[in-house]
Design a binder for this molecule. Structure first.
Ligand SMILES: [Zn+2]
Length: 273
């Protein structure tokens, strides 16, 4: 599933390509992906509007228009947005196509688990997962002062805390495992057993892994490609995720793999306590 760096990579590309473009028509090949509106209502609301920007919060993309409604998108497992200037190869798994005054914006999705919603252009979206997002893991608001009191207040395990989008937005399985490795924290550690100093280290690690992921254009494990169709190369820089059975890059101990918070979890039993 695309996490913050992958979604941000798509956002930057799409923002550059479609800002200022008018929506002339919409082809809805799979209406059930639109969660709070019919295909007809979406067309009525968006056709004729101009896209003003593409922004991101957590793993959500927001396609802003100059009208009263904008489009909120969650890519889930295999969703992606592609800009097609025309004349290229046919793109597979096109689910919703926005015909613009120049080119096409294509929502493609192989496993069709993605979600799109029409939301008010201003104020709350009333989409629960979006309105309740915590600060982005790479934002100035995600600090030790923010996270430490929240860790103190719960005995849940740190991995599930970091995956909780209401606490910190944008992290998924890959970047959580990487951040915990950098911070030297065992994924099963109880939040309230983490000291202020260690919480500071964790904060720094979250910022660092997200910044590196962004710098590398995202992580391509199975099928993530940025909006331009280029794969990210952050997978070449992962230190613990996907390395089960291989020696730890720091101490040489074999990296372990366990199921935790329902997710495959990688850690070094020596470096992470
Ligand atoms: Zn180690």
């Amino acid at each position: 599933m695309p996490e913050l760096p992958e979604v941000e990579t798509i956002r930057a590309y799409i923002d550059e390509k479609v800002s200022g473009r008018r929506i002339d028509d919409i082809r809805v090949c799979l209406p059930r992906l639109i969660k709070n509106s019919s295909a007809g209502d979406m067309k009525k609301t968006l056709i004729g509007r101009t896209i003003t920007a593409c922004s991101r919060r957590g793993k959500y993309l927001l396609l802003h228009t100059d009208g009263p409604y904008s489009l909120l998108i969650h890519l889930r497992m295999t969703g992606s947005l592609i800009y097609d200037a025309g004349g290229g190869e046919e793109i597979r798994a096109q689910r919703i196509v926005f015909l613009l005054d120049t080119g096409k914006l294509i929502y493609r999705d192989i496993r069709t688990l993605g979600c799109l919603w029409l939301v008010p252009s201003a104020g709350l979206t009333h989409i629960k997962g979006y309105d309740t997002l915590g600060p982005d893991g790479n934002s100035p608001e995600f600090t030790t002062a923010y996270v430490y009191p929240r860790l103190k207040g719960t005995h849940r395990r740190i991995k599930s805390f970091l995956l909780d989008q209401t606490q910190v937005a944008g992290l998924g399985n890959i970047y959580v495992d990487e951040a915990l490795f950098r911070a030297g924290i065992r994924p099963s550690r109880r939040c309230n057993h983490i000291s202020r100093v260690t919480a500071g280290r964790l904060c720094d690690a979250v910022h660092a892994v997200l910044a590196e992921g962004l710098a590398h254009g995202g992580t391509t494990i199975r099928n993530f490609v940025g909006g331009s169709g280029r794969e990210g190369n952050n997978q070449d820089y992962l230190r613990v995720y996907g390395r089960e059975g291989q020696p730890c890059l720091v101490c040489g101990t074999e990296i372990r793999y366990v199921k935790q918070a329902g997710r495959g979890t990688h850690y070094c039993p020596h470096c992470q306590t």
